[in-house]
Ligand binder design. Structure first.
Ligand SMILES: Nc1ncnc2c1ncn2[C@@H]1O[C@H](COP(=O)(O)OP(=O)(O)OP(=O)(O)O)[C@@H](O)[C@H]1O
Ligand SMILES: [Mg+2]
Length: 218
């Protein structure tokens, strides 16, 4: 493997650190070497979570390290099967740097226009900076139980040149509780919620595999 995945968003609280932890946990469980570079040194969400996880003894252990500098993080990235960059919100310079370094950029978004518009705008600015469109993907996070609103959001994203990952992480306090206990989104106490999170993680893996194949063909 040897992939770098970037989690970025313009809006704060969109779900970057949720996806980073979910994906790291799923890959570690499957025996891949994976690490999260926590580039949000003000919040250190993933770093603190990994400490809670280690303290609680949850397996598999997930490696997380805070980095004040993207360059330092990238220097070790290729030593891992998958290296996940968890970015800061509202940080256009760092966001573009993460996007350029990543094999796949994931932009979490909610399903309202308030969330979708800035997500699409960010995707455009990443594409404008030279990142190919097929390396940019949206992930729907914190969706509500309105099927009509979700379908409208998916249709809205469908009109763009970017991919929308399959699966959604619906809004649920169970995910927040899991995070509070050092667990990832596939480790809540609710099987159906875990299955939904797993589907989204799987769709990131599928996307990486597709990009890899297109690399080989090229
Ligand atoms: N599906 C969900 N349902 C309920 N709460 C959620 C869900 N997903 C994430 N959260 C919670 O929402 C908050 C923000 O999520 P997260 O930390 O993943 O976003 P972020 O994009 O990394 O935020 P920031 O921009 O501040 O770094 C966290 O408290 C998290 O536990
Ligand atoms: Mg975060």
């Amino acid at each position: 493997m040897g992939y770098i995945i970037g989690m970025v968003s313009q809006k704060g609280g969109a779900g970057k650190s949720t996806l980073a932890r979910l994906f790291a946990r799923e890959l570690a469980k499957d025996g891949f070497s994976v690490k999260i570079a926590d580039l949000d040194t003000q919040q250190t969400t993933c770093t603190d979570w990994a400490a809670d996880r280690a303290e609680a003894g949850h397996q598999p252990e997930v490696q997380v390290q805070p980095f004040g500098n993207l360059k330092t993080a990238l220097a070790e990235a290729r030593r891992f099967d998958v290296y996940i960059l968890d970015g800061r919100p509202h940080s256009s310079q760092q966001t573009l740097e993460i996007a350029r370094a990543a094999d796949l950029v994931v932009i979490p978004t909610g399903q309202t226009k308030d969330d979708l518009r800035p997500a699409v705008k960010l995707a455009h600015s990443i594409a404008d900076s030279g990142v190919p469109e097929n390396r940019i993907a949206f992930a729907l996070v914190k969706t509500t139980n309105s099927a009509a609103e979700l379908a409208a959001a998916q249709a809205y994203l469908e009109q763009t040149d970017y991919l929308t990952l399959e699966g959604v992480i619906p809004v649920s306090t169970a995910y927040g509780i899991a995070h509070d206990n050092g667990r990832a989104a596939t480790e809540t106490t609710h099987r159906t919620l875990n299955d939904k999170a797993e589907r989204l993680a799987q769709s990131i893996i599928n996307r990486l595999a597709a990009l890899d194949q297109s690399k080989e063909v090229a």
